[in-house]
Structures are given as C-alpha cells and as structure tokens.
Ligand binder design. Structure first.
Ligand code: ADP
Length: 483
C-alpha cells in the first residue's frame, strides 16, 4: 500500500513514519496509510507558508476567487466518491456524508464570492479636513487544527475563508480521518495556488499540532475539538515566545432541545432523533439533553422509544443504515463509560446503549443509540459532553422550568425548542443562552452561509462561517489621511 504523503511548499513528501487509517464499520479494512510529519517538516511548512503568503495576497481577488471556485466545483463533481471515502474512514451514514461533502463544496463557492466582496469603511474624521479609512488585511500564516467528526466540512470552513482573505495555511487534520483531508488538499494542489500557500501536515496533536501553535511565525490558530485541548491551545497561543497568536476555539456542547406541552409530537420526535443520534451523535451541536414538560413527557418518551427501534445501525456505506459506527475504540469506550455512569447515577436506560461487536458479520465499533429517562440536570451525563449516540430526557413541570434547565449548563453552542406557540417560540429564542437557536428544528444541522459558534465554554473568539468569518481571518487597519 503506498503511503499518502504530506504536502509542504508545493511538494508531496514522505513523513517520519506512517499510520493506518481504519474503517470503523469493518476494522479489517485499512482505508490507507498516511504519512506523519516530523517536527522539522512542521516547521518547514510554516516557513513555506510565511514565504508564500505575500505572493498569494498580491494576486488579484479574482484570482483567489477563481481558485476557490475551482475547488468547490471539483468537490461537487466528485461528491459521491468523496462521500464514500468520508463514510468509510469516519463511519457516518452515507447520506450524512453526502450532505457534508456537498456543504464543503458550497463553502468554497461562497468564499470564492467573499474574496471579491471584502470591503472597508471611509468616515469623516473628527479633525478638520482629515478622513479615516478602515480596511481589512490578512493576518498572515494561519494554523488550522481540526477534529475527526466532520472530516471535510470543518477543514473547508476554515481553509476557504483563510485563503479568501489572503492568508497562507498550515493544516493539521485529526489523526483518525486523514483521507478526506488528503483528498481535499490533493484537489487544492491543482488549482494554481502559489507553492506554500496551503500545506498539509498530518500527525499527532500533541507534537505536530502543538508545534504549529508555538511557532512565532504563525499569526493565528483556528481550532475545533475537545474543550480540554482547546484550553491547551489557548494557553500555548498566549504563553509562547514573542507575539501572542490570535486564536479561535470551537469546543464542546451540551445542547438542550426543549419540548413543550403544545409541541407537534411528530415534529418534536423527529427533531430529537435527528439531533441526538444522526451522525452517531458525534456532533458538537447534538441534542444530548431533551428537556420535556410534564404534559407531553410520557407520549414523547413512548414515541421516541418506538422510533428508535427503526434506527438501523450498520455499515456506514450500506443502504438502509441510519446510524453508522462510533469513530474508534477510544470513543466507544468513552460512550460506554458514560452509559454506565448514567445507570450508576440512577437514570433509567429506556432504550439501547449496548455495544454490538459485529453487524452482518463485520467487526466494528457499533453502538445502539441510547435514551435515558428519569434523569436530572445535575447528573454527570447531563453536564459533561459524551460525544456519542446518547441522549437524556429531563422532565420539567412547565416552560419556565424548561428554560431554566436548558440554560443551566457550562456550554452554549446550540439550543432548540419545539412548540406551536408563537409566543413561546419568541420567548425561548430570546432567552436561550446559546450561539444558535432552533425553533422546531434539530439543534444540529446548520446553513453554510451564516455564523456558526457558541457562548460560554463552547467557544472562544469570533464566529466562523458566512461573512462573519472575516473577523478572525483579517486584521483591521485604521488609516488617517490629511490630504
Ligand atoms: P477529538 O476528540 O475531537 O479528536 P481533540 O481535541 O483531542 O478532540 O483533537 C482535535 C484536534 O486537536 C486534533 O487534530 C488533534 O490532533 C489536535 N490536538 C490534540 N492535542 C493537541 C495539542 N496539545 N496541541 C495542538 N493540537 C492538538
């Protein structure tokens, strides 16, 4: 099996060693061998990016737009093949994988347009005769560190704006999903970027990832991953020698979906099933807390457990599969440990929660989606992010208590409410403490052209996506002119 190489300074290069990429739907299947960069190569990638950045920024905005548009077009044209690869390495059901690849294509096309639209402001000065101009410039070299749960969409929503606004990139994908990252960079290697504008360094977070934070030539770091790692990234960005790095962190969630007495039961159940279990629950926007008022509680739980029986667990790429496997053995162990914690805390496991070592004769990291009932918001399963197909029902007496419970969390990424009352919808939209609010829609599943991000311990720094992405990927200059 040939090793898929890193991409540094416009060249494909071998690493210090290579790691196997395993299919979680069938652990006998090796997706590929992927090079792991050395520390010297990571430093070389930063140097290449630093040299390329002014060259890239000096191209016209139309040239940058054309390059990004070409990436979007090729992803779109090859979406079936890329989705198959993504489902094979990460384990999300093929329909979810297709949606993710499509989204990556849309993001590149969106930021192709944004490259042309970067504007500024011109204001009168408070001093006579003077004018003040406000413009945005690239920040420089951006390190992009991504998690495994969206192997192509998250890289896309960081790389596309970074390049649109004239920055150069060093990209380190998660260890578990190098194939989608490699395929994306391979496409990007053929769209005319100056050598060094985009570099791929695969490898472990604690060494390669960390090297990208500490290098003083890196001006900004965008990270999506766990809260614990996010805190380390922040500490490294402020604690390093020389200038601090600008940083943006997207981390965990403990997202509530509130179901009120007046909700349409079918809508509420579909929102909960999709939000909690699709993509095997491995979304930072997953609905892990189902906060349900007393008048609808029993009907909701009965309908959920009925509906869960029809959630087919299996090989991510097989027709009919709705829930693919968990990504790897470590994550499966974490999910099972939280299921045991929930039971020891006194929650009732109303459905699922058992690991399935094989499905259709294939060994994989399969887990039947789990629903807990009889839980309180103080239990660990309702305070800590599980990151698997595990959701809890928290019964509350009324809408007021529902809102208080929904907001009683360290996190604040996404929050939802199911109701047929316009008044309640408006009240919850206003008072849910989250970066994103969903009314009669799953907490997960967002549009590519509007801001994504959270509050409290979920996020730090400016929003991602849409035109709000310019806040992170540019730096503002204020120019005073006395003509
Ligand atoms: P996940 O559980 O989603 O993989 P992590 O936070 O562990 O969450 O990983 C997210 C990304 O951060 C991965 O690309 C990982 O390699 C990287 N990473 C992990 N530890 C560090 C670190 N100390 N410094 C920089 N990057 C890291």
């Amino acid at each position: 099996m040939t090793v898929k190489q890193n991409y540094i300074a416009g060249e494909w290069v071998n690493g210090a060693d290579a790691a196997e990429n395993i299919n979680p739907s069938d652990t006998r299947d090796v997706v590929g061998l992927y090079a792991r960069a050395s520390l010297a190569q990571a430093a070389g990638a930063v140097a290449a990016a630093q040299a390329a950045q002014p060259v890239w920024a000096a191209l016209t905005s139309q040239q940058r737009a054309d390059a990004l548009d070409a990436v979007g077009q090729e992803i779109q044209a090859r979406k079936a093949e890329l989705a198959d690869l993504l489902a094979r390495e990460e384990g999300k059901a093929l329909s979810d994988a297709l949606g993710e690849v499509q989204r990556a294509a849309h993001i590149f096309k969106f930021f192709a347009g944004e490259a042309l639209r970067l504007g500024g402001e011109l204001l009168p000065s408070t001093r006579p005769g003077m004018t003040v101009g406000i413009t945005r410039e690239p920040v420089g070299v951006v390190s992009i560190i991504t998690p495994w749960n969206f192997p192509i969409a998250i890289p896309a929503w960081k790389i596309a704006p970074a390049l649109a606004y004239g920055n150069a990139v060093v990209f380190k994908p998660a260890e578990a999903v190098p194939a989608s990252a490699w395929a994306l960079v391979e496409i990007m290697s053929r769209v005319g970027l100056p050598a060094g504008t985009l570099n791929l360094v695969m490898g472990r977070g604690r060494d390669i990832g960390n090297a990208l934070l500490e290098d003083p030539r890196v001006s900004a770091v965008t990270f999506t991953g766990s809260e614990g790692t996010g805190r380390k990234v922040a500490a490294a960005c402020v604690g390093r020698q020389g200038a601090m790095a600008k940083f943006q962190l997207e981390m965990g969630g403990k997202n509530p979906l509130v179901v009120l007495d007046d909700a349409d039961l079918d809508v509420a159940v579909e929102c909960a099933i999709n939000g909690a279990f699709y993509s095997t629950g491995q979304r930072c926007t997953a609905s892990s807390r189902l906060v349900v008022t007393a008048g609808i509680h029993d009907r909701f739980v009965a309908a959920m457990t009925e509906r869960m029986k029809r959630l087919q667990v299996g090989d991510a790429r097989k027709t009919g599969t709705v829930i693919g496997p968990v990504v790897d053995a470590t994550q499966l162990a974490q999910d099972l440990s939280y299921i045991a914690i929930g039971q020891s805390e006194g929650a009732t496991l109303a459905f699922g929660g058992e690991a399935l070592p094989e499905v259709d004769g294939q060994p994989g990291f399969y887990l039947r989606p789990a629903l807990f009932t009889g839980t309180t918001n103080q239990m660990r399963i309702n305070r800590e992010e599980v990151f698997g197909p595990v959701a809890s029902v928290i019964q509350v007496k009324d809408a007021e208590e529902a809102l208080a419970v929904a907001n009683d969390t360290d996190y604040g990424l996404s929050a939802g409410v199911c109701t047929t009352s316009l008044k309640q919808a408006a009240h919850f939209s206003r008072h849910l403490q989250a970066g994103m609010v969903m009314v009669n829609a799953p907490t997960a599943g967002v549009d590519p052209h509007v801001p994504f991000g959270g509050r409290k311990a979920s996020s730090h720094g400016p929003r991602e996506q849409g035109r709000y992405a310019a806040e992170f990927y540019t730096t503002v200059k204020t120019t005073y002119t006395n003509p």
